[in-house]
Design a protein around this ligand. Structure first.
Ligand code: GDP
Length: 743
């Protein structure tokens, strides 16, 4: 009735897959033994394949949880590492290499790790068994092994040989049992030897008489007894069909001496396998009742917790994914409703109007001849042409500034920013990968559309680059719009001016402004003089000293034979002698110096550079405000009522042009970019984030959110416990039926 073990192993796997399950365990066989006692050889003999890592230097550093699954109706033999996802591994050399890699991944400094490696072996030649291979006990600590290693290994083994596990204590026949670390450890947790099986390896290394004496277990009696084996592969490394070879030598050996066929002596790997199966089966069978009780307890607790914490509300990765995706799509819909054509137009119009204001400021308001605009009729032909041309240039500055690309980019930026915000909001703040996907999708759609959109816009505004015509209505709108814009500009100017006044103080500011004006006037004079000197120097290259002196670079007494002093003494008497001239010179120079010194000494301390900057800013704001007022009255005047006078009303004309540009741009951006985006994005969200991504991706996604992860974990636990509970009860019923039949 081996079905029980098989079923229980399945149940054990379910239990093992429950997160944080330390209490519910089905018994397994734990293999302990000293290094080189032949532990690996025994396990490999049971499995029938060489698959354990070999080597002198601590090759088993982690527990190996080995599940053997008997598959009677197939020839296929393979290993599987459930947590690695490698699939079926048919080559046992690869199993061995993988185990070696996993063991060696434990850093040298730690030497052993309690994190088990899970390995399943499917074969028609193995019994249904669960075995746990542990690092071998070490006798002597070698130089490069830390002192605690011995204790670490002992602790790890001790953890595994607790109830209800069965202990397989491996001892070599050629080593005195009194020195067996395995037996010593097992006695600590199982003093009566009720769940310990002794395996005596290397029986071929001692005389049969002595071997049999060990097996008779008189010194260290074990309830489950001792079994003697010979597991050495014959003639070195004949790896293929190892079991046959091993069994042959073993068989041959045990048949060669009569002592081994005595009553009560158990020898051979085959006997060991059967014994293990029987013991495990029986152990599991007798534990069934207590396991069911434990599962029941755990299940009740989980159900209770589920009710209290989640009010029995079901949750699945799928529903969470669906919900998250719906949320995202809803928010996007809300956004796309709120950001329709009118909002796009508002954005684009604002952008173009800013551009238009910049052009006005640069080309018109900063032009010192701006006042000519109101008397254009009285100007000379050439001057009138100047203004006509200026308007044309200003208009093309607006139309040829890459409107298509920039307006498109503006909308692209808004969409990108919005999607970034959605990607960072709940619940996607828990899901960095998904958030990244949202951004990537946005970028993909937008970058696939933006070039075409920009080109389209640019194409349709092409005519405006050469000539912009307008109806009377459009002109009137342009005038109105320009008045509004200039009014706003004026307000901003005045506001900025007011702010400077309040931060600096009106009086202080006025003084600083006066100083700046004075300074600029002086500076202008100085500049003029410098120019004059430069001119003079050109005509007389020897007078460089003059220049130096004037610039204050040289000592005032080292004057050269300067003959060009008139420029200093414009207002002085011209009939003076040469020495007087010199005096006059130095006098004039010192006068200038004095003036500068005075400025430095008297003004500077009161005006720090920051204040002077403010004063300059205030001055330019004042000038700008004056120009704006002047332009506003012009725009409101009769002249600007007609588009014929557009040269005099450039602001109105440019406002009209920018409105036309905005209208056209928006139309194409809406069709080519916005509509496409609104259409494509939800579909992409579905295919890349939605339930179509598959169960595994959904699980991963859901567990990224800690709250959802906890909920799912509890659901998972409940579901698995329910299944285990049902299966166990089924087994109990089967057992009872079997018993009844026997009776
Ligand atoms: P482990 O360190 O406990 O896993 O021991 P191994 O299984 O690696 O065996 C240690 C050494 O003992 C190896 O060289 C084996 O070939 C050898 N060995 C294992 N079993 C037997 C056996 O029954 N008889 C003989 N003569 N040698 C054995």
């Amino acid at each position: 009735f081996m079905l029980l073990t098989k079923k229980l192993i399945e149940i054990r796997n379910i239990l093992n897959s429950i997160d944080h399950n330390d209490t519910l365990k089905l018994p397994s066989i734990v293999v302990i033994g000293s290094q080189s006692s032949g532990k690996s050889s025994v396990l490999e003999a049971i499995v029938g394949h060489e698959f354990l890592p070999k080597g002198s230097n601590m090759v088993t550093r982690r527990p190996i949880e080995l599940t053997l699954i008997h598959t009677p109706h197939t020839m296929e033999e393979y290993g599987e590492f459930p947590s690695l996802g490698l699939g079926k591994v048919h080559d046992f050399k690869r199993v061995q290499q993988t185990l070696k890699d996993l063991n060696m991944a434990v850093p040298e400094s730690e030497c052993v790790s309690s994190k088990p490696i899970e390995l399943r072996i499917y074969s028609p030649n193995v019994p249904d068994l669960t075995l746990i291979d542990l690092p071998g006990y070490i006798q002597i600590t070698s130089k490069n092994q830390p002192l605690t290693l011995k204790e670490k290994i002992s602790e790890l083994c001790e953890k595994y040989i607790q109830q209800p596990n069965i202990i397989l204590a491996v001892c070599a026949a050629d080593v005195d049992l009194a020195n067996s670390e395995a037996l010593r450890s097992s006695r600590k947790v199982d003093p009566l030897g009720l769940r310990t099986i002794g395996v005596i390896t290397k029986m071929d290394l001692v005389e049969p008489e002595r071997g049999v004496a060990i097996l008779r277990n008189q010194d260290y009696p074990l309830h489950l007894g001792y079994i003697g084996v010979v597991c050495k592969p014959p003639g070195g490394n004949n790896k293929d069909n190892m079991t046959q070879a091993v069994i042959k030598t073993e068989d041959a050996y045990f048949r060669s001496a009569y002592q081994f066929s005595q009553r009560g002596i158990a020898v051979g790997t085959g006997t060991l396998r059967r014994k293990l199966m029987d013991v495990l089966e029986e152990n599991m069978g007798s534990n069934l009742g207590s396991i069911i009780k434990a599962v029941q307890r755990e299940l009740d607790e989980t159900r209770y917790q589920f009710k209290v914490e989640y009010n029995d509300q079901k949750m699945s990765a799928e529903s969470y994914v669906a919900e998250s995706v719906d949320k995202l799509k809803h928010r996007f819909k809300d956004f796309s409703r709120a950001f329709g054509k009118p909002q796009v137009r508002l954005e684009i119009r604002h952008m173009l109007e800013q551009r238009m204001l910049d052009i006005c400021a640069q080309r018109y308001w900063a032009d010192p001849r701006i006042h000519e605009l109101s008397q254009l009729d009285s100007l000379a032909e050439g001057d009138r042409l100047y203004w006509d041309l200026k308007l044309e240039l200003a208009s093309s500055a607006l139309t040829k500034s890459g409107v298509g690309r920039q307006t498109t980019q503006r909308v692209v930026d808004i969409l990108t920013r919005t999607m970034e915000q959605l990607a960072e909001a709940e619940p996607f703040n828990h899901h960095p990968d998904a958030a990244e996907t949202i951004k990537t999708m946005t970028h993909e759609i937008l970058s696939s559309r933006s070039q075409a959109t920009a080109d389209q816009v640019e194409n349709t505004i092409k005519p405006f680059k050469y000539e912009v015509e307008c109806s009377d209505g459009e002109w009137t709108e342009g005038v109105k719009r320009s008045i509004v814009l200039l009014q706003k500009e004026l307000e901003m100017c005045e506001e900025a001016l007011g702010k400077i006044k309040t931060t600096v103080g009106t009086k202080k500011l006025r003084k600083a402004i006066n100083y700046v004006i004075e300074f600029d006037r002086e500076e202008a004079k100085r500049t003029q003089r410098r120019e004059e000197i430069a001119k003079l120097r050109e005509s007389n290259p020897h007078s460089h000293l003059e220049g130096q002196r004037l610039f204050g670079d040289s000592d005032s007494e080292s004057l050269g034979e300067d003959q060009h002093s008139e420029d200093h003494e414009g207002e002085k008497d011209k009939g003076s002698s040469s020495s007087e001239e010199k005096q006059e010179h130095s006098h004039s120079h010192s006068h200038l110096q004095e003036l500068e010194d005075e400025l430095e000494a008297v003004m500077r301390p009161h005006f720090n550079p920051k204040l002077l900057n403010k004063a300059r800013e205030a001055l330019s704001l004042r000038d700008r405000a004056l120009v704006l007022k002047y332009r506003l009255s012009a725009l409101k005047s009769k002249t600007c009522k007609s588009s014929k006078n557009k040269t005099q009303c450039p602001e109105a004309f440019l406002a009209m042009v920018s409105e036309k540009l905005a209208y056209t741009s928006v139309m194409f951006i809406q069709v080519e970019l916005m509509n496409e985006f609104v259409f494509q994005l939800p579909r992409m969200i579905d295919s890349r984030l939605g339930v179509k991504t598959g169960q595994e991706a959904m699980e991963k996604f859901a567990r990224e959110n800690p709250l959802v992860g906890k909920h799912l974990q509890l659901m998972d636990r409940r579901m698995k416990l329910e299944e285990v509970w049902e299966r166990l009860n089924y087994l109990v019923r089967r057992q009872e039926e079997a018993k009844a039949r026997k009776w």
